[in-house]
Design a protein around this ligand. Sequence first.
Ligand SMILES: Nc1ncnc2c1ncn2[C@@H]1O[C@H](COP(=O)(O)OP(=O)(O)O)[C@@H](O)[C@H]1O
Ligand SMILES: [Mg+2]
Length: 243
Amino acid sequence: MDIGLFALTETVIELKNADLTLGSAAASVHVLKGIDLTIDAGEAVGIIGPSGSGKSTLLMVLAGLERLDSGEIFIKNAPLHSFSEDALAEFRGRNIGIVFQSFHLIANMTALENVAVPLELAGISEAFDIARRELTAVGLGDRLNHYPGQLSGGEQQRVAIARALAPSPALLIADEPTGNLDTETGKQIADLLFAKQAERGMTLLLVTHDNSLAARCSRQIRVRSGEIVEDSAKRTVDQAVPA
Ligand SMILES: Nc1ncnc2c1ncn2[C@@H]1O[C@H](COP(=O)(O)OP(=O)(O)O)[C@@H](O)[C@H]1O
Ligand SMILES: [Mg+2]
């Protein structure tokens, strides 16, 4: 046994029988139906599936933004299902970066403030220096004092990526990050995400409608109606077993 192998296959996410129903009794939806999922450190996982199948909800659970009704979720071995709201928020701030389709920037803050203020709130020192460095690294060194409304969609998504990366999270979660961008800009944003993932050895979870984008991930998972119906990693394992 090679010690290096253990390092390569360190588990970063473990979902066990994850179950969640959303909505009121009159209009409830069984969104996640007993999902089991294990993801190793450094994997890039493309999550695909029809609209309404539960992809965003799954990401929100993995981001610690949505709680399960039952089942367990471990991130870096931490049992998030038994964390208090405060502990969850702190864990999220340190370990998980999130990028949304619609950028979610704060309109009355500059690009620099959008990245620096969350760091300051998390008690991280040198927040503005880190923010300046992260924005420069995504190509926005000359846009630090622009407000979101003064930036193009691609530039706004770069700010959001800088914000997500600034705490050096182990896990980067992106929900349709290119969904609001034209094809060329979307490709540049995807290139940036994959470059950052490679550079920092992060685990990347990417929901996308774009099959070619999912194909760039090292693993693809298909969700349908609240269940994982296909997993390229599992298929490989199954195929390795002689019939
Ligand atoms: N807060 C909510 N209340 C009720 N139903 C919800 C809520 N959030 C999501 N849903 C439903 O859960 C299902 C999955 O939603 P979602 O995770 O956003 O799917 P996807 O991202 O795959 O399009 C959908 O049918 C949606 O209408
Ligand atoms: Mg969605």
